[in-house]
Design a protein around this ligand. Structure first.
Ligand SMILES: *Cc1c(COP(=O)(O)O)cnc(C)c1O
Length: 231
């Protein structure tokens, strides 16, 4: 197994360096450890190093690991994968965050199924920032309407935006994509009092951390740089 403790140290150090270089405070960044395709033991190892936020893409896999790890207290579970309607119940019941909401209908289902839970479900809207044809996520022009609808749902707490920019972009293209997400968040916040409390930009993965943090990421989603290659 790769050395998860060393990898985590290295990433925390990297985040320190990057935030320092761009004049941000490293406290503003939450490291989300993306554990899809990794065994429960890998999550346990990261937990022992103090890691508490974990991200999963596949519901069945996630539920199995949550069950195996149910003794670990204070884990915050994030669902970051594509979300079909038939998965909304289990996601609403077993996660603290969902980063991949891109339809009002799915948000309404999550809201209904979260009813009775002690805390609202934290939600980010996934934005298809490079207008890629096969990619999930809202178009920029749809974001305002969906954000307003989601912000009204009482069992959801709309936190901000998530994006996965196009693969294989140059550094400057990456920066431009992340900047566009950040600008969209500002526009939503400034455009409407109901959206003024949005505080989250979920962007940046193992390969593009630096550009994402430079453009304002508050949650970085890191998988392979912590856990090594997936199964
Ligand atoms: C898998 C995945 C990640 C992590 O990617 P790495 O390149 O392994 O860091 C982040 N975000 C999403 C949405 C993912 O599906």
């Amino acid at each position: 197994m790769p050395n998860i403790a060393d990898n985590l140290k290295h990433i925390h150090h990297q985040i320190q360096q990057i935030t320092k270089n761009v004049g941000r405070n490293s406290d503003e960044i939450t490291l989300l450890a993306v554990s899809k395709g990794q065994p429960a033991e890998a999550i346990q190892k990261a937990y022992e190093q103090g890691q508490r936020h974990f991200g999963e893409n596949y519901l069945q896999e996630a539920l199995e690991k949550q069950l195996q790890l149910s003794d670990l207290t204070n884990i915050t579970w994030h669902f970051i994968g594509p979300l079909q309607s038939n998965k909304t119940r289990k996601v609403a019941e077993n996660f603290d965050w969902v980063h991949s909401v891109d339809r009002i209908k799915v948000a309404e289902r999550l809201n209904r199924l979260r009813n009775g839970h002690p805390t609202p479900l934290n939600v980010c809207l996934q934005v298809n920032i490079n207008n890629e044809e096969s990619k999930s996520g809202l178009l920029v022009k749809e974001a305002g309407e969906v954000a307003h609808a989601v912000a009204k749902l009482p069992n959801l707490k709309l936190r901000g935006l998530m994006a996965i920019p196009k693969k294989n972009q140059s550094d400057s293209e990456q920066r431009a994509s992340f900047k566009a997400v950040a600008q969209l968040l500002s526009k939503l916040k400034n455009g409407s009092p109901q959206l003024a409390t949005l505080d989250t930009l979920s962007m940046g993965m193992s390969a593009d951390l630096e550009a994402a943090i430079a453009e304002g990421a508050t949650i970085v989603r890191v998988g392979t740089a912590i856990f090594g290659p997936r199964l």
